[in-house]
Design a binder for this molecule. Structure first.
Ligand code: ACO
Ligand code: ZN
Length: 162
């Protein structure tokens, strides 16, 4: 299947489709409130990929302040990718790459200096995606997930340039 997707900001009428993609793709599922609250606070980094009126994927993020992972002293603004997923039938066509790239652009405009996320150590597709985009493992967090699995924390500096 060849898609000609477009990226656009999430809107609340997308919620059912986004929650469905999340449920089909990941064990970490969230309440309606969680999605809408994240959208209200960080609308610029909550994006969807649309193909012929259907949502094929989403990314949602938070801007946080904390200790940087790279070099710098003190506190810095960081973009935290909370969740990204693409419907199985739309995978491997560059949608996640495009969502990550666009979200990192929005993080930069919000003055973030780094982007980070956590990912299951066994989640090879996602780890490969982030490695391809220049993320490095900056920490391994044992027992991070509900089933006891460890997470890699992966970070890269902004801006992202491909
Ligand atoms: N195997 C190996 N490498 C992969 C794979 C895979 N299955 N999928 C993606 N990649 C790497 C490749 O380098 C790929 O480039 P290439 O196709 O030119 O080789 C690159 O990532 C870009 O791939 P995209 O097509 O942009 O990725 P896709 O749209 O398929 O989405 C995603 C990737 C989001 C990981 C998808 O597989 C998915 O939804 N998985 C289930 C949900 C999930 O695991 N989300 C991430 C959890 S962590 C978090 O949310 C912070
Ligand atoms: Zn996280």
């Amino acid at each position: 299947m060849q898609v000609s997707f477009t990226l656009r900001p999430f809107k609340s009428t997308d919620l059912d489709q986004v929650m469905n993609i999340n449920r089909r793709s990941l064990p970490e599922n969230y309440s309606t409130y969680f999605f809408l609250d994240l959208h209200e606070r960080f609308p610029a980094t909550f994006l969807v990929a649309e193909d012929k009126g259907l949502i094929a994927g989403y990314i949602m993020c938070r801007i946080e302040t904390g200790a940087p992972d790279f070099g710098l002293l003190g506190f810095t603004k960081k973009g935290h990718v909370i969740s990204i997923a693409v419907l199985p039938e739309y995978r491997r066509q560059g949608i996640a790459y495009a969502l990550m790239k666009e979200a990192m652009g929005a993080m930069l405009r919000l003055k973030a200096k780094e982007c980070f996320l956590e990912v299951r150590v066994s989640n090879t597709p996602a780890v490969k995606l982030y490695q391809k985009m220049g993320f490095k493992v900056t920490r391994t967090i044992q027992g991070y997930y509900a089933n006891g699995e460890a997470a890699y924390k992966m970070t890269r500096k902004l801006p992202f340039e491909d």
